[in-house]
Design a protein around this ligand. Structure first.
Ligand code: EPU
Length: 434
């Protein structure tokens, strides 16, 4: 497995172009299952998770090709099979997003039940309850979800989400666009990625009204067309690069982004002393040159502080003056980065879903291990402030969600290098030994 080496105590200076949002691109790609016409998506990031989604969709019958570096064409003239097997689903939980559109267009689906992962149990019970409310018959057999729509198709319904769920909302929207009648979703997720999905679906002929306050009304139509659509900028990647120059100093301008997706996050950065200037599509972040103040965050669904930025903000707390706290309210196990941050010398205590960070304990480089996507990037951020050379193992987590990661940091002056692993595979070693 590749490693990344980062030389610490570095100030950043430069410009970063933000990529398209991974968590918007994945449902948009699944929406191609709803129509036999071509969908062209622009601003698609080249990431591990996108490659996995391509494999899932190709398995189901999609013809997919890259038209340029960041433009992809998807065409599902026929659905070849309605079964997404474990081997693909286990690589990425977002594969569950195939379930809603398959049920809507094909009337049935078999999707492997995703397991838990490093950040929590990650149930999908609410997705399944929603499909049942639309008349689907759901059984779990052999680790697979078997879902079947009634003979006359899914039926519109009123469904209240007991917990705000992002992919649950996306799955229900995609199931409802071809259903009979009206579906009204309440307590629906309001993340910008949901609105991006609704925008594409409306372009291809769906009838959707999203009040952007948690109620989404979908009136089923009989068929959908094709469209060209550009994926929104990645707000989590944006937030991550906002934190980078605050770790040890410098200033960075982020381009091709949308600051309005990050209002509560940027308010936090301003409140601790960071200098932030925004335009419609850029953010300038500068360290004030003196200690940043400690701060408290509590993660919540959009428009609150995103759980996907919690680990990065915790790394920032390690260099702020005083005591900071984190309340993680979305994922029950999203403190896997804490033991790794402690390896740098950080003083962090965990009490249930609360973490207390005593700032400005001197950080020293250490070999550390990535446990999930956002945890791994928080370790790189800590490494920027640590004295010495940090070695980050299990880099594949980063590759799932951060496009051109080392290149983007290097263009801001960071000494960061990937060390490919040239160790022969086990089979090769056995062959040589035998
Ligand atoms: N939940 C249930 N039952 C369900 C679904 C969710 O109890 O059927 C609970 C979860 O246990 C959790 C909460 O609801 O406590 C929110 O989970 P949600 O369903 O919103 O998460 P998700 O849709 O699986 C997406 C992102 C995650 C991000 C969360 C929260 C994608 C592909 N993934 O996951 O992104 O953390 O929303 O914002 O959109 C990441 O990019 O690193 C990442 C993990």
């Amino acid at each position: 497995m590749d490693k990344i080496e980062i030389i610490g105590r570095q100030t950043l200076k430069g410009d970063v172009r933000i990529s398209g949002a991974k968590n918007a691109a994945l449902p948009l790609m699944c929406a191609s299952l709803l129509t036999d016409k071509e969908i062209i998506l622009k601003n698609i990031p080249r990431l591990g998770d996108i490659a996995t989604m391509i494999s899932v969709l190709e398995h189901l019958g999609a013809a997919i090709h890259w038209k340029s570096h960041d433009i992809i064409s998807l065409n599902v003239a026929h659905i070849e099979t309605s079964e997404a097997p474990y081997d693909l689903v286990r690589k990425m939980r977002a594969s569950i997003l195939a379930l809603g559109p398959l049920l809507g267009r094909y009337g049935q689906a078999i999707v492997s039940l995703p397991g838990g992962c490093a950040i929590g149990v990650r149930p999908i019970d609410i997705h399944l309850k929603g499909f049942e409310k639309m008349g689907a018959h759901i059984t779990i057999d052999g680790g697979n979800i078997h879902a079947k729509a009634p003979q006359n198709g899914l039926q519109g319904c009123d469904f209240h989400f007991p917990v705000v769920t992002v992919t649950g909302t996306e799955n229900m929207i995609m199931a409802a666009v071809l259903a009979n009648g009206v579906t009204t979703l309440t307590n629906a997720a309001q993340e910008p990625e949901i609105n991006d999905l609704c925008d594409l679906l409306v372009k291809i002929g769906a009838d959707i009204h999203n009040d952007l306050k948690g109620t989404i009304t979908i009136t089923g139509v009989s068929s959908l067309n094709g469209a060209i659509h550009s994926v929104i900028p990645d707000r989590i990647e944006t937030g991550t690069y906002c934190v980078a120059p605050l770790m040890y100093g410098g200033d960075v301008t982020l381009h091709n982004t949308d600051p309005s997706y990050l209002n509560s996050f940027l308010d936090v950065l301003k409140s601790i002393g960071a200098i932030i200037k925004t335009t419609d599509d850029s953010i300038y972040v500068s360290h004030p040159g003196h200690s940043l103040k400690s701060f408290d965050i509590s993660t919540s669904p959009y428009p609150g502080i995103a759980t996907d930025l919690q680990a990065q903000l915790m790394a920032l707390m390690c260099v702020c003056k005083g005591t900071s706290t984190v309340l993680e309210n979305i994922w029950e196990n999203r403190f896997m980065h804490v033991p790794e941050l402690r390896r740098f010398g950080a003083n962090i205590t965990v009490e249930g879903h609360k973490a207390i960070v005593e700032g400005q304990y001197p950080l020293k480089a250490a070999p550390v291990m990535a446990t999930d996507l956002r945890a791994s990037v928080s370790l790189v951020l800590a490494a920027l402030a640590a004295e010495g050379k940090t070695v980050l193992n299990r880099v594949y987590h980063l590759d799932r969600g951060y496009e051109n990661f080392e290149h983007k940091l290097r263009s801001c002056g960071v000494h960061i290098e990937r060390k490919p692993n040239h160790t022969p595979s086990v089979n090769l070693v056995q062959t040589i030994a035998s």
